[in-house]
Design a protein around this ligand. Structure first.
Ligand code: FEO
Length: 169
């Protein structure tokens, strides 16, 4: 595999673990506010991000490449309102989309069709992630500023359950 592509795939393991950390931090924030549904939503989001990290790790291993784990940065976002984590999550997912697109671009340059095929799942996943994050913002703006509306949204997010990724390696 092209060295640059391999290095980016390895870096992505760390980026996905950072995403998990960021979402855990959001889950902790909502737990403090007693918004247990929002907290549950981001706990599950964190689990999904860990899954993403492990998929990148497994892909490198399946290709006989070394995996090198780096330190995970401290989540440094501060949340001042119920809306803040939702806005930060949407912005963060757009950043992750850029990262995935960049690896895809490098894989394309290197004619690494196998990696492009592997990344296709993440390209689709990012569309879903951005859509979900935007929808959480819109729904909060529509219903969440009324206490009863916020209560109902929180109940709905409490019902989210973890499902393993559809991609297996
Ligand atoms: Fe791993 Fe939320 O993208």
């Amino acid at each position: 595999m092209n060295d640059k592509v391999a290095a980016l795939l390895n870096e992505q393991i760390n980026k996905e673990f950072y995403s998990a950390y960021l979402y855990l931090d959001m889950a902790i924030y909502y737990d403090k506010l007693d918004l247990d549904g929002y907290s549950n939503y981001y706990m599950i989001q964190a689990q999904e991000e860990r899954d993403h990290a492990l998929l990148f790790m497994k892909y490198l291993q399946n290709n006989g490449l070394d995996v090198s784990l780096d330190a995970i940065a401290k989540p440094d976002k501060s949340f001042e309102s119920v809306l803040d984590p939702l806005l930060i999550a949407a912005e963060h997912e757009r950043y992750v989309t850029e990262l995935i697109n960049n690896i895809y671009h490098e894989a394309h340059q290197a004619k690494d069709y196998r990696t492009m095929k592997f990344l296709d799942w993440f390209v689709d996943e990012q569309m879903e992630e951005e859509d979900n994050a935007d929808s959480m913002i819109n729904r909060y703006k529509l219903f969440g500023q009324d206490p009863k509306g916020l209560y109902l949204l929180d109940q709905e997010y409490a019902a989210r359950v973890y499902t393993a990724p559809s991609l297996t390696l």
